[in-house]
Each structure stands twice: as structure tokens, then as C-alpha cells.
Design a protein. Sequence first.
Length: 82
Amino acid sequence: MDYRQKDWPEWLVSAKFVINNKTHFKTKVSLLIANYGRELRMGINIKRKEKMEKIIEFVERMKKVQGKAGVVLKKVQEKIKR
């Protein structure tokens, strides 16, 4: 970055990528997984999963992840109200 911070739009894409792919310490999943149920596709297969999940297992896992995220969000909202 330069001294006067005129190049910040160039850094936003990188910052967004890092934030969306970082595993949250409470939910143990990234924002992409919590919101969309899958990891980001980057054109190459970084993590190859040997088994395909059954749709029922996927739905149950998503319910748990979204439930955890909801609990964390409610706690944060209550903390902000104080």
C-alpha cells in the first residue's frame, strides 16, 4: 500500500477473499460454507473429497452450521445492545 492509501480498491478483493475463506473460531467453518454450503472453487482442486455427501447428510450439516452461526450472531447482538 502506498503512503496516502490511494490504492485501497485494489486490496479489497484480496481482503474479501481472506475474510470469506477464514474458518471462524466459534462455528469452525468459513463464511462461504455457512452461507452456501460449499467451499470456494478456485479452478484447481486443492482438497479432493473421496466421497460425495448424500443430500440428507448435507442438509443436516447445514442446519447445524447455520444454527451455530445464529447462536453466535444473537450473542453478539445482545452484547452490542448493552
